[in-house]
Design a protein around this ligand. Structure first.
Ligand SMILES: Nc1ncnc2c1ncn2[C@@H]1O[C@H](COP(=O)(O)OP(=O)(O)OP(=O)(O)O)[C@@H](O)[C@H]1O
Ligand SMILES: [Mg+2]
Length: 226
């Protein structure tokens, strides 16, 4: 569960012109569901995601993940939680070009044990890209690269998967395929997807609408049962 209490985010607080990216956010998100965060460009979607993921620090307010307050610090504390329990997928996939697909998938756990290699291959198989395990990212299509990024995000069985515009660089068909694969994991993980494209949220259980840094509505929608 992630809970935000009176959270505000102001950019450039020490400068003359400040941006109120998020205003007084109160929100509770349960486990094992697919949640969409929707809103136009500049509305604060990424900011909200990064705060919840502990990648950005709120100006005020409190963010709690399963009874633990998320504290953003450079010290190991918060980082450990992120590595163990959170997975990330971004619009740009940030794969390491000189590594193979398989090596990329294994980077979060930094292990090449037989067991972990088999686990990675299993994920690639689920994502229908097992045959690409030995290729380099530059030899793949955008959709295939995004699947690699998903496998990498799933390798440590994250309890929460944060995805920011993960389909933005894909055509509609690939976008839907990628979302289908991701939404299979909603029985095991909380998946939070930021997007401005409602058509990829067909399987969402809940949609949070955001406009000008404020939550304008939270809709419970019945996600398709897979
Ligand atoms: N590092 C920053 N410094 C100053 N202002 C910022 C910074 N990052 C974002 N902002 C501002 O905060 C507001 C929210 O930005 P955010 O990136 O969260 O929007 P978004 O909804 O993700 O937009 P998009 O759909 O274009 O990605 C915007 O007004 C933006 O200009
Ligand atoms: Mg954004």
């Amino acid at each position: 569960m992630i809970k935000l209490d009176n959270v505000n985010l102001v950019y450039d607080i020490d400068k003359e012109v400040q941006t109120y990216a998020l205003k007084n956010i109160n929100l509770t998100i349960g486990d094992n569901r697919l949640v969409g965060i929707m809103g136009p460009s500049g509305s604060g979607k990424s900011s909200l995601l990064y705060l919840m993921a502990g990648l950005k620090k709120a100006t005020s307010g409190k963010i709690v993940y399963n009874n633990t307050e998320i504290i953003v610090s450079k010290r190991a504390n918060g980082g450990e939680l992120r590595l163990k329990e959170f997975g990330f997928i971004f619009q740009r996939h940030f794969l390491i070009e000189y590594m193979t697909v398989l090596q990329n998938v294994l980077t979060p756990i930094n292990s090449y044990s037989k067991e972990d290699i088999n686990k990675a291959l299993g994920l690639l198989e689920e994502l229908n890209i097992e045959h690409l395990a030995k290729k380099k990212p530059s030899q793949l299509s955008g959709g295939q690269r995004q699947r690699v990024a998903i496998a990498r995000a799933l390798i440590n069985d994250p309890k929460v998967i944060f995805a920011d515009e993960l389909t933005a660089s894909l055509d509609h068909k690939s976008a839907k395929e990628v979302m289908k694969v991701l939404s299979k994991y909603k029985n095991k993980s909380l998946i939070i997807v930021v997007t401005h494209d409602p058509s990829i949220l067909e399987d969402a259980d809940e949609i949070i609408n955001i406009l000008d840094g404020e939550i304008t509505g939270v809709e419970e929608v019945r996600g398709e049962v897979i």
